[in-house]
Design a binder for this molecule. Structure first.
Ligand SMILES: Nc1ccn([C@@H]2O[C@@H]3COP(=O)(O)O[C@H]3[C@H]2O)c(=O)n1
Ligand SMILES: [Zn+2]
Ligand SMILES: [Zn+2]
Length: 241
């Protein structure tokens, strides 16, 4: 399995694009989140939306779903194929009614199912999304009273998406055999809705060693060499796990 980030920046970063990922199995490509910058990043990789076999969504912020309107429109009117959309049962109604409907509702296209082959996921229920790609969605804390999910992939790779610091979860994941953690990292404190670098630096070395930092601000250069045992994930680089 390989992972390649379409972007590694925070919601407001301009240099590093939105934190969205492509996962490559032997036979399929799965996109995890499709933010505002995802269409341009895909294009820069020489890919199109037609190369994506399934999209998985963590939560409803524009840096994670802002590219979905273009995804849906290109697939319907250019490629004429319905892509698979994996979405949490707690997010599916809001995704359409609060985020996508304004741009996508038109004659003959009245629901999310008219654009995507929608498959629902439930919290803490492991699911096989594609051959060789299993995911356990874990509800994590991000914005008060809004659902947001992190994902444990193939029982060894944890992708935080956006979450507040949860050291007990990270330590439990490592105890259970998780070898790689792609974690959001905000440089300035307090974190409020994200995990800060200072919080991650408080983790024991055996946890830090597994962490790669993403969802960072444009001033990343100021923090290079100051991230303990943790390294930065880089846009478009291929990582195997
Ligand atoms: N209570 C909140 C809510 C949102 N935000 C900022 O808005 C961004 C939305 O995308 P994100 O990646 O979740 O990061 C959020 C914060 O920067 C924030 O700083 N505080
Ligand atoms: Zn975000
Ligand atoms: Zn968010």
């Amino acid at each position: 399995m390989k992972v390649q980030m379409l972007g590694t920046g925070s919601a407001f970063a301009k240099k590093y694009y939105n934190t969205n990922a492509l996962f490559y199995t032997d036979s399929h490509t799965i996109m995890l989140d499709c933010g505002i910058t995802a269409p341009l990043s895909l294009h820069q990789l020489g890919k199109s939306f037609n190369d994506i076999d399934a999209l998985l969504i963590s939560h409803i912020h524009a840096d994670h779903i802002g590219g979905m309107e273009e995804f849906a429109l290109q697939m319907s009117f250019i490629f004429r194929r319905k892509p698979v959309l994996y979405v949490m049962d707690s997010l599916v109604d809001q995704l359409w009614n609060s985020s996508l409907k304004g741009g996508l509702k038109q004659e003959m296209f009245n629901t999310l199912d008219d654009y995507f082959e929608v498959r629902l996921l439930s919290e803490d229920v492991s699911a096989k999304l594609m051959p060789g790609f299993h995911v356990r969605p874990i509800r994590t804390s991000h914005i008060p009273n809004k659902s947001s999910y992190s994902f444990l992939i193939n029982e060894t790779f944890f992708y935080s998406a956006d979450m507040k610091f949860d050291p007990a979860l990270l330590e439990a994941l490592v105890q259970e055999g998780c070898t790689t953690i792609f974690h959001d990292c905000q440089f300035a404190s307090p974190g409020m809705v994200h995990t800060t670098l200072d919080e991650l630096m408080s983790l024991p070395s055996y946890v830090q060693e597994r962490i790669m930092l993403m969802h960072y601000d444009d001033n990343k250069v100021d923090y290079e060499g100051q991230t303990g045992f943790m390294k930065f994930v880089e846009q478009h680089r291929l990582y195997s796990f």
